[in-house]
Design a protein around this ligand. Structure first.
Ligand code: ANZ
Ligand code: ZN
Length: 827
């Protein structure tokens, strides 16, 4: 695309933007230090994955963050505003495969290019704090944190079932399994048991849940999503003895009040007792086939999809400890091994899944909780009665209400020693093992004699092999014998390095803390700096990270606190989840082919226009609908302001303060509007960063300055208005405002200026004349303050001399007040 040449009616944004960017870079204008007497403010946008180029979503996210950073600086805060790169991850490996270049080369090239793009937007980052998570000077500290967590028992290794593609020799993430096949080679995916490493995030489940109450600066929906993800349930854990066996099946139920209504038992297909239960039974073959089929079907459907409720009888029974009844044991496809104990006491009358299962297999349904209303009849029930009620057919508990019965039944189970109160979380421990190349190596060694041995701290970092040579290997580590071969730090014998790399969510779980300690090379986090800067005052990013990233970052914060690095409990005081950028009704994305490249826009209109457009088009939390006229409009507005300020340049020559005495009406009105605008813009920013209304306010003030006036505007008033416009607009269009600021003779940069002070007195409306009527007839006029309220106007009208005489003590029937117009007294 051809750049538009600067013309007479277009300001020369290209020269201007380069000039200021150059100066900011040279002067390190936004270098932050934790040694300051000003109050601190840490504003952070979620750091990008270096995928190649920035897109409009980035532009929006970073424009919002930048306005906040600049606004807070002008408000007198000591602001930290850093940027970096979430640089490990799969796309680099795919790109490497496609183009035959090393993932490291691809990533670092992208970072260089995108850094240039961000600089071209004039974002006020402290670039000295820039980090890239794929660099050893970042991940070596992650490896050290891993070792500290390992030593504290916060990490363990266990066998899990993964999705395995034999052709690609790799583990697949859930979203890489499409209809049961590998997304890359289309071969069927198989379950495979492998060892994997886990972070014990569940040991923080209770605190992660409880502290959600502190997060009053987060969108309610995000807090709710986190709460549901953690998913706390309280109830009873209870053992059902297997008939003719010394073993018992443990169940977890949230409805102990229904225990007299159990008519069968359901086990997950992965339940470890199935083998024992079917062994030697006629059902053995059928059960094994069902288990195999179900495992495959679950994989095809993905975990989130519900299958038709199916199951098979194992041939074995267990005993209900409350009724001593024989309970048939089934294997069912809707029971999850990952939740509770993987076994469910089935109560078809009161649980819908069990109800459907019982109807399908003709199993008995027994009502034990009777809600208000007609007695339930199992023969005619259309669905389970899941609500509370009064217990029936429940032995000694008959007649009790559900809630009371739950407590009583738990107490009884506890006393007779076959059960106990129990809390379960939906939250699982965080599996952090990946069999990928482009990630941080996990720093442990496997020794045949010593077992798992942590890499000694002095041997860190364990470098990713091949990442330093452009032609180096980038096969997964388990395919790199030179990397694997090592000696045991314990016994000195031959040993093997761990070949898993860390989930890339680990890097993004603590980068906000590392930003406080840039370049530190003897410890991951400078405790003093972190204590000063954290928590992040304002975090900004996409709602797609509402669950995992934010939960992991919260977990890391608590964990780093317990390791002694941090002093805070929560990482992000306020969270802004910005909406998407959409075009033609769909999210802007490469795959939809509806992408607008910010580069083209910056070329054609300049960065300030693009920033202004993205801030003006919608409030931050809402989706932003792309529209070309909007960009045009933002550009026209800036050009108009440019011409206006340049034409009125003379007013800056006189430097006396505004003197209210003797001002003409037009000047008084402009002075008033200027202060009303300061108030409005400040309030719009303070209430959830509604920059769009802030910008409309500035536009109104610009219109008033430009409006043709009968009387000449006072030079001091005009100067004050123009300076206010530039100052208020500065956080949004910084190059533009700096340029005009300098062009109008200001020595100090606008960047160092304070946010304009709002003068309540000046903003007050003048006096206006209103009419006073009695019974609809005009009887007088009153000069009142323009913002006088109804009660004040009423009183003023009644107190007016002529009116008071007319009333002569009569009480009016009614008084009608039309603010700013009239008062009508009805007698
Ligand atoms: C008996 C019962 C009767 C249940 C009743 C519910 C209603 P939440 O609230 O989500 O925690 N359950 C337990 N473990 C399960 C598993 N691994 N897979 C599938 N379902 C499982 O759900 C707890 C309830 O879900 C438990 O309470 C259990 O069914 C079932 F009228 O036990 B309930
Ligand atoms: Zn050893």
């Amino acid at each position: 695309m051809q750049p538009t040449p600067p013309t007479n009616d277009r300001y020369d944004f290209k020269t201007i933007e380069q000039r200021w960017q150059h100066r900011w870079e040279k002067e390190k204008t936004w270098k932050a230090s934790h040694r300051s007497d000003r109050p601190k403010y840490y504003v952070l946008e979620m750091f990008p994955y270096p995928s190649g180029r920035i897109h409009m979503g980035h532009v929006r996210n970073y424009s919002i963050g930048d306005v906040i950073a600049r606004y807070k600086r002008m408000q007198g805060f000591n602001v930290l505003h850093p940027m970096g790169w979430d640089a490990f991850g799969l796309p680099a490996e795919n790109a490497a495969m496609k183009r035959g270049i090393h993932p490291a080369a691809w990533t670092y090239d992208n970072i260089d290019y995108m850094r240039g793009q961000l600089k071209a937007m004039g974002l006020s980052y402290d670039w000295e704090r820039e980090l890239a998570t794929c660099r050893p000077d970042y991940y070596r500290w992650e490896q050290r944190l891993f070792l500290e967590m390992l030593a504290k028992g916060l990490i363990y290794r266990k066998e899990t079932t993964v999705n395995w593609c034999d052709d690609c020799q790799t583990v697949l993430a859930r979203e890489q399994v499409i209809d049961g096949a590998c997304w890359r080679c289309d071969q069927p995916v198989l379950p495979k048991t492998m060892h994997g490493w886990f972070f014990k995030i569940t040991s923080y489940a209770e605190e992660l849940l409880a502290d959600l109450d502190q997060l009053t600066g987060w969108p309610e929906k995000v807090v709710t999503m986190q709460r549901n993800w953690i998913g706390k349930s309280t109830g009873l854990s209870c053992r059902f003895q297997v008939e003719n066996s010394d073993q018992a099946i443990a169940i977890f139920t949230t409805r102990p009040d229904t225990i007299f209504g159990v008519t069968f038992m359901s086990l997950a297909v992965e339940h470890p007792m199935i083998d024992m239960l079917v062994h030697g039974k006629p059902q053995e073959e059928e059960v094994r086939t069902f288990v195999l089929e179900t495992v495959l079907a679950k994989q095809r459907a993905g975990l989130d999809q519900e299958l038709d409720k199916r199951g098979v009888f194992t041939g074995s029974y267990c005993i209900n400890p409350f009724t001593n009844e024989r309970i048939p044991i089934y294997v069912a496809n809707f029971v999850l091994m990952e939740y509770g104990t993987g076994a469910v006491m089935a109560v078809p009358a009161h649980d819908q899944r069990d109800f459907e299962f019982a109807r399908a297999y003709d199993l008995p349904i027994r009502v034990v909780v009777q809600p208000d209303g007609a007695p339930l009849d199992p023969a005619t029930m259309a669905e389970a009665a899941e609500g509370p009620g009064q217990l029936v057919h429940s032995g000694q508990f008959t007649g009790m209400e559900s809630i009371a019965a739950q407590q009583a039944i738990i107490a009884e189970a506890q006393q007779r020693q076959f059960g106990a109160p129990h809390v379960t979380y939906r939250l699982r421990d965080w599996g952090i093992s990946r069999q990928r190349y482009w990630g941080a190596p996990i720093p442990v060694i496997h020794c045949d004699s010593c077992g798992i041995v942590p890499v000694p701290e002095s041997d860190l970092p364990i470098l990713l092999p091949g990442a330093n040579e452009p032609a180096g290997t980038h096969s997964p580590l388990h395919q790199q014998p030179d990397f694997i071969a090592t000696t045991c730090p314990g016994c000195g014998r031959q040993a093997r390095r761990e070949t898993d790399t860390l989930d890339t969510f680990v890097e993004s779980s603590w980068y906000f803390a590392r930003y406080t300690s840039p370049g530190l090379d003897n410890t991951p986090i400078d405790k003093e700096a972190a204590a000063y800067w954290l928590p992040v005052d304002q975090y900004i990013g996409g709602v797609e990270h509402a669950i995992l990233h934010l939960l992991y970052a919260r977990f890391f914060t608590k964990m780093l606190r317990d390791l002694g690095y941090l002093t805070v409990d929560e990482p992000f005081t306020n969270l802004l989840t910005q909406g998407m950028v959409i075009k033609d009704g769909a999210k802007m994305s490469k795959s939809k082919g509806n992408v607008v490249d910010p580069n083209d826009l910056i070329e054609q209109y300049g960065a300030d226009t693009v920033r202004l457009f993205s801030l003006f088009a919608a409030p931050p939390e809402r989706d932003l609908e792309w529209n070309a006229q909007g960009v045009e409009g933002a550009s026209r507005f800036l050009n108009r302001v440019f011409r206006m300020v340049m034409n009125q340049r003379a007013c800056f020559d006189q430097t006396a303060a505004v003197d209210l005495t003797g001002l003409n009406a037009a000047s008084r009105a402009l002075h008033r509007k200027t202060h009303q605008t300061i108030k409005r813009v400040t309030e719009s920013i303070e209430s959830n960063f509604h920059f769009n209304t802030a910008i409309s306010g500035i536009m109104e003030l610009v219109n008033l300055v430009a409006a043709p006036a009968d009387e000449p505007l006072d030079a001091a008033v005009l100067r004050e208005s123009l300076e206010t416009i530039l100052t208020l607009l500065f956080p949004m269009a910084p190059h533009f405002c700096e340029e005009l600021w300098q062009a109008t003779g200001h020595g100090q940069p606008l960047n160092d200026a304070a946010w304009p002070a709002f003068n309540a007195e000046a903003a007050k409306e003048d006096e206006i004349t209103i009419v006073v009527q009695v019974n609809g007839k005009v009887r007088g006029k009153l000069l009142v303050a323009a913002d006088a309220d109804e009660a004040a106007l009423q009183q003023l009208a009644l107190d007016e001399e002529k009116i008071a005489k007319m009333l002569a003590g009569q009480k009016p029937k009614k008084i009608i007040v039309v603010p700013r117009k009239l008062v009508n007294i009805v007698l």
